[in-house]
Design a protein around this ligand. Structure first.
Ligand SMILES: NC(=O)c1ccc[n+]([C@@H]2O[C@H](COP(=O)([O-])OP(=O)(O)OC[C@H]3O[C@@H](n4cnc5c(N)ncnc54)[C@H](OP(=O)(O)O)[C@@H]3O)[C@@H](O)[C@H]2O)c1
Length: 327
């Protein structure tokens, strides 16, 4: 079978190859074999491959942060899973046709869940949900501002917020995104640039914004800070610009803004398997009921992993790039 192997640290589309590896045999005690139906390619995969993530991966190693699939075989002692179950992998080497996983590395999904959408749940949907709920209590009618609003996380956040009656200000870098984001439930969409705060004040009627969610870092953090109310909390979760987060002394001293960071991997390390399963059960329900649906721009077989990675790294995509390892 094919699996994606990292051969060196370097440009993603050069250093990952589709390699022939042995199929998993019959699963051992407490283990299952999963046939992988869909994997998403996230910015975190690319950062990892390029040696820019929190930890450098082993070389060579199998990689891929997300996958969803169907249980094909169960080993002795497996209690919660059966052949045919739809599942999410909690493993970190998921770009393969089949996975051999411990029962505790798998989350059971509802039978009616769409597996492509499920393959985008583990990282981005959980990230959007936790950032919306963990930092500042924001209720129906209140406002949140976010950057990179057309990203996978951003689209999830717009839809989760809208389903709770929370209003969103969405900062993007391309005007052509305004209409599509309004269509999925955004309340305000603004293109980043000078006078961002004035434009946000005009569009929201001077709303008090106490929660800011940012994936870009750099000077945009400062412009978002200008849009926020006194004592607001800015949560940074990405480094898309590659620049350090920027706030002025006035913003932190006089305005009392707090800048903090979110990293899902760290949050999940503090959760039990039961808590993780419960979180994903709730989120999977949002996928099943149609609240959550993230656009997919292209699907590639594993044999075209390099083209897929190249596509995932391009500017101005209109959705996620997925791998379909089994066609
Ligand atoms: N901390 C965590 O736990 C965590 C979890 C999940 C994701 N993340 C991070 O969240 C971010 C979004 O991930 P995703 O999977 O949702 O992304 P995605 O769907 O692949 O979309 C990429 C987004 O990044 C924007 N972008 C790329 N380069 C940019 C730049 N230099 N300045 C401003 N915007 C830029 C793109 O805008 P255009 O469409 O205009 O190109 C698009 O909105 C990434 O940084 C990722 O690492 C962090």
């Amino acid at each position: 079978m094919l699996a994606a192997e990292l051969t060196a640290i370097g440009p993603a589309h050069d250093v990952v190859v589709a390699k022939d590896v042995p199929e998993p045999g019959s699963p051992g005690t407490g283990r299952v074999v999963v046939r992988v139906e869909a994997c998403s390619i996230n910015p975190a995969d690319i950062l990892l491959i390029e040696g820019k993530y929190a930890a450098r991966p082993d070389v060579p190693s199998l990689i891929g942060i997300e996958a969803a699939g169907v249980v094909e075989a169960v080993g002795p002692g497996v209690e919660r899973l059966a052949v045919g179950d739809r599942v999410l992998s909690l493993g970190r080497a998921n770009w393969a046709q089949k996975l051999d996983l411990a029962e505790t590395e798998v989350v059971l999904l509802p039978p009616e869940v769409d597996l492509e959408q499920a393959a985008m749940m583990k990282v981005n949907l959980a990230t959007a949900w936790r950032m919306l709920t963990d930092y500042v209590p924001v209720g129906a009618g209140e406002w949140v501002i976010q950057s990179a609003a057309n990203s996978g996380v951003g689209v999830n956040l717009i839809k989760l917020a809208a389903s709770e009656g929370i209003r969103t200000v969405n900062v993007v870098r391309r005007p052509e995104l305004i209409e599509p984001l309004m269509d999925i439930g955004a309340d305000v969409v603004v293109v980043d640039g000078p006078e961002l705060a004035h434009r946000v004040q005009d569009a929201t009627g001077n709303a008090e914004i106490r929660l800011g969610i940012d994936a870009v870092a750099g000077s945009l953090v400062q412009r978002m800070g200008d849009c926020m109310a006194e004592g607001g909390v800015l949560v940074n979760y990405g480094l898309l610009s590659g620049d350090p987060c920027q706030l002025t002394a006035d913003q932190v001293v006089f305005k009392g803004l707090t800048l903090t960071g979110f990293w899902l991997a760290k949050v999940m390390r503090g959760m039990s398997h039961g808590e993780i399963s419960d979180m994903y059960a709730g989120l999977a329900q949002r996928v099943v009921d149609g609240t959550i649906s993230v656009p997919v721009v292209a699907r590639y077989p594993l044999s075209e992993i390099q083209a897929a990675l190249k596509h995932a790294g391009t500017y101005g995509r209109d959705g996620k790039v997925l791998l379909r390892p089994n066609g």
